[in-house]
Design a protein around this ligand. Structure first.
Ligand code: SF4
Length: 473
């Protein structure tokens, strides 16, 4: 438990401060104190931190940066000189800053202006050279990949199917085990169809650029239900100009020939078959309930049926895994040659962390060499397969305080993945636990969420529709 307080009571950057604390002490509870605790109370905390005030700085952005830098230095000193690869950048979209710089028409490299910008980034945010290079490379790739997207004139659609074959130990998504909730699927789809109709009306005249069906595991529902969903989608929206149609098949234990054929029939252009790890012991420990063999079979089955854009997701920092296990995973993946690879660093929320620790897992913290080494093994493996980094985001509570990176073959990058990170296009998200995002012409971003609970979602569907109308009217 880490306590912190603001001597002048000004807590305008409390959220950022919490982000930094959890970056240095992943999984620790950060407790805001009203005042400096007495000696006895202080004993209950690992550390007590006082946050200075920078009220004299008029610009809010600068005030925030100064507060975070000052706090970062305290935390670094407390942890024996630990540094974070992303410095004070605790947000989930570090490339946004770089993209803004490039879009302003600034040069990329080797000019005085670019060098000055690099210096500024390092001084302002204390970011490492390696991460800065990665962020610049990805920001440029993103610009290239998104050149045909209709920003104000278009939109993207996300459909959330919150069912899975079983619940993974580390899961922080909305997910219901299909065995227990199979009898709710049809009602769920019916509610979602009503949302589809409402969204169609709200986006009349705008171009649908991408569709992403995620979850959960969309292929956890039956082939007939998938057919019903995709048929309704095709009948509701004009998909003539669709640039990408992704279905996150996800769990290999949910994939069948019949379901893949349904996806093919409706023109799904990109799927995910997600191993997370290619080590049996790890899969058993994290509750995936599928084998390495099932992953390989599902992948080849999809290839046989003609899917030419298959993504695979990996998680680094899983319990019991070090560089050796990651090497093995990459060795197996290289034999499959997926079109893209999304590499996540494990992010566990407190509740999941406790569950994992109870199952014997040791979760790495920041500064642990293994995490950076694992990231490098994955990056090298991706490069050997001819995949280049094209998107990046960060989460709170990540193992080693690292990042998630998407790598893809040329022409196979996941457009929707970038769109959700860059926040330049409206995304209508349908289904329990989803969040819609309206990007207004003046750059303002507003959100509306759908309730997470399955039963509530079905019963309160009119209210969910109302929230979307309020967002886009
Ligand atoms: S497959 Fe994904 S959504 Fe489903 S339980 Fe596992 S982590 Fe959660």
């Amino acid at each position: 438990m880490v306590g912190f307080y603001f001597p002048d009571g000004n807590d305008e950057f409390e959220y950022d401060v919490r982000g930094l604390i959890t970056s240095f002490f992943p999984g620790a509870e950060a407790v805001k104190l009203q005042e400096k605790p007495d000696a006895e109370t202080a004993l209950a905390y690992e550390q007590i931190l006082a946050i200075p005030s920078f009220q004299e700085i008029r610009d809010k952005g600068e005030r925030k940066n100064a507060t975070k830098r000052c706090f970062y230095e305290q935390l670094s000193a407390l942890t024996g000189g630990m540094t974070l690869p992303w410095g004070t950048l605790t947000g989930i979209r570090p490339t946004k800053l770089i993209t803004a710089f490039l879009e302003a028409g600034h040069p990329e490299q080797d000019t005085e202006q670019a060098k000055g910008y690099r210096r500024l980034m390092k001084e302002q945010y204390l970011i490492s050279d390696e991460k800065l290079d990665l962020a610049v490379r990805i920001a440029k790739e993103e610009q290239k990949v998104l050149e045909n997207i209709h920003y104000q004139n278009g939109f993207s659609l996300y459909l959330g199917i919150p069912f899975c074959p079983s619940r993974c130990l580390y899961c922080s998504f909305t997910s219901y085990p299909i065995e227990r909730f199979a009898d709710r699927v049809d009602d769920y789809l019916t509610a979602m169809f009503r949302e589809m109709d409402a969204v169609k009306a709200l986006f009349s005249g705008r171009i649908l650029d991408t569709v992403y069906i995620g979850g959960g595991t969309p292929t956890a529902i039956s082939a007939d239900q998938l057919d019903r969903l995709l048929d309704r989608l095709a009948g509701t929206f004009d998909t003539k100009q669709l640039q990408e149609f992704t279905v996150e098949a996800g769990r290999p234990d949910s994939i069948t020939k019949e379901k893949l054929e349904v996806l093919k029939t409706y023109g799904v252009s990109r799927i995910s078959v997600n191993p997370q790890s290619m080590n049996e012991k790890t899969l058993a420990l994290i509750g995936r309930r599928h084998s390495v063999e099932e992953t390989i079979e599902a992948f080849y089955l999809a290839r046989e049926l003609g899917f030419d854009n298959i993504n695979m997701d990996l998680i680094l920092g899983l319990p019991g895994e070090g560089p050796k296990e990651v090497e093995e995973t990459l060795h197996q993946i290289k034999k499959l040659q997926p079109d893209s690879l999304t590499v996540h660093a494990l992010a566990v929320k407190r509740a999941s962390r406790l569950k994992m620790e109870a199952a014997g897992a040791v979760i790495p913290g920041p500064g642990q060499q293994a995490s950076e080494t694992m990231m490098r093994i994955a990056a090298d493996g991706a490069a050997e397969m001819g995949l280049v980094p094209y998107y990046l985001y960060r989460q709170k509570n990540m193992a080693g305080n690292l990042e998630n990176v998407g790598y893809a073959k040329p022409g196979k990058a996941g457009l929707y993945n970038i769109l959700i990170m860059e926040e330049k296009q409206s995304i209508a998200a349908l289904g329990a636990g989803t969040v819609s995002k309206a990007v207004h012409p003046d750059g303002r971003i507003e959100r509306a969420d759908d309730v997470k609970d399955l039963k509530e979602y079905i019963e309160r569907i009119d209210e969910m529709i109302g929230r979307k109308r309020a967002l886009w009217h």
